[in-house]
Design a protein around this ligand. Structure first.
Ligand code: PRP
Length: 207
């Protein structure tokens, strides 16, 4: 059996995907030691997990240090990396939307858009014929319209609570997001049997 290295986002997605792999019949320990370890090896199944920041998962997979990975569609849309998207796991479902203060129109000259997704935002506004200035932030994006840094934000909406609690409303839904199984193109060829088996087994566990 060929060994597989899987890159996973730390935290909740890892836990959900780990349960899916157990349901798919992989013999994984019931209690995985969630200390601060960044690599977990499961010798019985010839699987190693690399625990990474969500934005970095496609980087590991593209460079082939991980054969496969679990990445959010948001990250895949933003980065456009050379990886194969194999399966929608339908976990961590949310969406990307534009939002802002209620009853406001955007500045006519170079409206400012705060986001941690500069490529997605740029593409979206270009598509609707708006020339915008992108202000890239790393988090707490909802602050930007409140303090006058931007006209709109482009960010993830899950429950909608963050928007609501900060007095913002959604303007347009831009893209649906969920976690996807991705593969390095070379690994996909070299370890095709193993990866195909994993996809077939996981497919049955997608809810
Ligand atoms: C994400 C996202 C929103 C929030 C949406 O932030 O950027 O701020 O979750 O979730 P909700 O609709 O359920 O309120 P995250 O928690 O990743 O933190 P961040 O501010 O560092 O991006």
């Amino acid at each position: 059996m060929k060994a597989l290295t899987i890159a996973m986002p730390k935290g909740r997605i890892f836990e959900e995907a780990y349960v899916m792999l157990q349901e798919a019949g992989f013999n994984l320990p019931e209690e995985v030691e969630m200390t601060r370890k960044l690599m977990i090896e499961i010798p019985e199944e010839q699987i190693s997990f690399i625990l990474a920041k969500p934005m970095d998962v496609p980087v590991y997979v593209e460079h082939g240090v991980a054969d496969i990975g679990i990445a959010g569609k948001d990250v895949l849309l933003e980065q456009a990396r050379t990886v194969h998207e194999l399966l929608d796991l339908k976990i961590s479902e949310c969406y990307i939307a534009s939002a802002g203060l209620p009853n406001t129109t955007m500045n006519e000259i170079a409206p400012r858009i705060a986001t941690k997704y500069p490529n997605i935002a740029m593409k979206y506004y270009k598509g609707i014929g708006e020339q915008v200035e992108i202000i890239e932030l790393n988090g707490s994006i909802e602050l930007a319209p409140m303090i006058g840094l931007s006209d709109r934000i482009v960010d993830i909406v899950s429950t909608g609570r963050t928007l609501k609690e900060n007095g913002l409303i959604e303007y347009e839904r831009i893209a649906e997001v969920s976690s996807r199984l991705i593969a390095n193109p070379v690994s996909y060829r070299m370890k095709s049997e193993r990866i195909q088996d994993l996809v077939t087994r996981l497919k049955k566990c997608v809810k």
